[in-house]
Design a protein around this ligand. Sequence first.
Ligand code: FES
Length: 170
Amino acid sequence: MEQVIAKGLSIESPPEIGDLFASIEERFKGKAEELIPMLQSVQRALGFLPEETLLRIARLTKLPAAKVFGTATFYSQFRLQPIGKNIVRVCRGTACHVKGSDRILGDIQDHLQLIPGQTTRDGLFTLGTVACFGSCALAPIMVINDSVHGSTNRAKALKLIDDIRTKKMG
Ligand code: FES
């Protein structure tokens, strides 16, 4: 285990982060304009950008940590949290909105105790939204992983989620 010290923070690094940064230091020169390619490399390797990796990138590029965090949160391609085992997405397009997708989304948020973009503590669900799935005739649409659930409603949506949780515990 190696330690990263940045602005008074002392963090134990899992070995894979140490290895990853060894290869990043080989591939990049540490220039400020390499910030986004570095963030992309870390996300490709780990699936998300742990806080520690942002602090390391700030140190490598000599950019303020606020700039690195700001960039990582500005672009939707980056995620600061790991993705859950199941991705639940609710359509917020006009056709789905008219048929109540906002209420479905609200119920799911309350049920899972998170907002879109977040992952449940147990790592089982990540919640997201999309502008339109292209299946407006079946509105409102909810997609869990690759399964499209059309003409859904609040009760059905919560049941689908609970069924996944029950299966995992069974
Ligand atoms: S608006 Fe939801 S699928 Fe098109």
